[in-house]
Ligand binder design. Structure first.
Ligand code: F6P
Length: 288
């Protein structure tokens, strides 16, 4: 059985572990697309061994490389990709909602496809968990814990911008864990007056403040300058956590999740359906 693995969209901690597990199972029958769907279109398909999956198994990132590929949405790009996908018995796609759409389209066109949820955003339709989320939240919390002692020394406030594209899950989880003074996880939640009041109060009490801001709501600098017009004496610093969330070594939880996903992929390859959708429900990894 010839299996092709593709990582598409944002890399996520734990992806390498899944790829290594697949390699351990399928050995020379495992092939990988370099740079997601771009590789599928541009004939960049190699034996998985070329990417040294063993060396990277516990690291973040993705050894086979990823890409965002708008070309795969076009009929021309899709047609080229489909031609290559048809050379394999099964195609395994690791990624987010966009990748799931690509996977489904391949299946609708006759390729046996398995999709597994892998994005730090944890916003996959029908899945309560997606690989890498735990590591991303952990990385954010660690950043907050490592920055705040310095903020405390000056009674400063710090705005930590976290990822999540349009999903508030990372922001909410981080805010709860670090006991943030304010959270801006959606546009509707943005109450500058209320946040400024908290910052002023903390400052008067010689305390620092933690504000968690989800990306793509408003630019962090604009947020801070608006806050400054409403606060008295409080110094507000920006801290964009950024790709630390994706580049951090996978947590033990995500290694466990990667192993669960791998087992589900193996199960799905035993009696392959045209489209197998791997998802998490009540803490378990399932296939539909
Ligand atoms: O989808 C994962 C994610 O990390 C989002 O949270 C973020 O908005 C985006 O990818 C960033 O993508 P890039 O690394 O391509 O800038």
């Amino acid at each position: 059985m010839k299996v092709l693995v593709i990582a598409s969209g944002g890399d996520t901690p734990g992806m390498n572990k899944v790829i290594f597990n697949l390699y351990k199972k399928f050995k020379n029958n495992l092939f990988a697309c370099k740079r997601g769907f771009s590789g599928l279109i541009d004939d960049e398909i190699y034996s998985a061994s070329v990417f040294e999956p063993k060396k990277y198994k516990n690291q973040a990132g993705v050894c086979i490389k990823s890409a965002r590929c708008p070309r795969f949405i076009t009929d021309e790009g899709f047609k080229k990709g489909l031609k290559n996908a048809k050379k394999f018995d099964i195609v395994v796609i690791l990624g987010g909602n966009g990748s799931a759409k690509g996977a489904k389209r391949l299946a609708e066109n006759g390729v046996k496809t398995i999709f597994a949820p892998a994005t730090i955003d944890n916003d996959i339709e029908g899945s309560e968990y997606s690989l890498g989320f735990h590591t991303a939240v952990k990385a954010c919390c660690e950043a907050v814990y490592n920055v705040m002692p310095s903020m405390n020394a000056f009674d400063r406030a710090c705005v930590f911008q976290v990822m999540g594209r349009r999903c508030d899950k990372i922001a909410k989880n981080v805010a709860t864990t670090v006991e943030a003074d304010a959270l801006v996880a959606s546009e509707e939640e943005l109450d500058l007056q209320k946040i400024a009041k908290t910052l002023n109060k903390n400052y008067k009490q010689e305390k620092s403040s933690i504000i968690i801001l989800r990306e793509n709501i408003l630019p962090i600098e604009k947020f801070i300058s608006s806050l400054k017009t409403l606060t008295k004496g409080v110094e507000v610093k920006p801290f964009i956590i950024g790709h630390l969330q994706r580049g951090t070594k996978p947590s033990k939880v995500d290694i466990k999740m990667a192993n669960q996903i791998s087992k589900s992929i193996f199960k799905a390859t035993k009696s392959p359906q045209m489209f197998s959708y791997i998802y998490f429900e009540e803490g378990c990894c399932k296939i539909k």
